[in-house]
Design a protein around this ligand. Structure first.
Ligand code: FES
Length: 177
């Protein structure tokens, strides 16, 4: 069986319980993204077929919602808090230091796909401002690194860029400060 067909079969099995006309589109998209980290062209085709829709309809829904991704994510994401408390404590400087260290743009990633930087919203832990979250797909890590300054942000980004795991970085004295 060709690889692409195997991938489609896996997606079809994942969304087999969803039915046309039951308002299942968002739940199915969330399930696909949770499983694969993004929604591929194959997934769009399979889901459209499952729900009795045109692929363009599914694509339109995906692009309407910010949380859905059409490209594979980085192995590790640094999610930068864009909320007011973090911004007031030099969050912008921390963002710029991280982006410069990784050589990418916001919502981009390093050339090797290892580390990405994504926009985050205030999560209510403003006492830790300025902060980022480290999200590692393989280990399901999702941890805040708070009270950052530019020097620590650079060390954090550099360590991840150079191959450290999220756990190693989070346990590192130099990053924890
Ligand atoms: S503004 Fe960043 S956590 Fe609230």
């Amino acid at each position: 069986m060709p690889l692409e067909t195997e991938a489609k079969a896996q997606i079809r099995s994942l969304v087999s319980e969803f039915r046309p006309g039951h308002g299942d589109m968002l739940a199915a998209l969330h399930r696909i993204q949770h499983e694969f980290g993004y929604i591929s062209g194959d997934a769009i085709e399979v889901l459209a077929d499952q729900l009795g829709l045109f692929p363009a309809h599914v694509y339109g829904v995906i692009t309407y919602y910010e949380e859905f991704r059409l490209e594979p994510p980085a192995s590790v994401d640094i999610r930068w808090c864009s909320g007011p408390a973090c911004r007031a404590r030099n969050g912008g400087g921390i963002r710029d230091a991280i982006l410069a260290t990784l050589g990418c743009e916001m919502d981009g990633m390093t050339e090797d796909g290892r580390v990405g930087v994504r926009l985050g919203q205030c999560n209510g832990t403003c006492e830790l401002a300025p902060q980022v979250w480290i999200e590692e797909r393989a280990t399901h890590t999702n941890e805040i690194v708070g009270h950052l300054n530019a020097a620590r942000a650079i060390r954090l980004a550099r360590a991840l860029r150079d191959g450290a795991t999220a756990t190693e970085v989070l346990e590192s004295e130099t990053v924890r400060g």
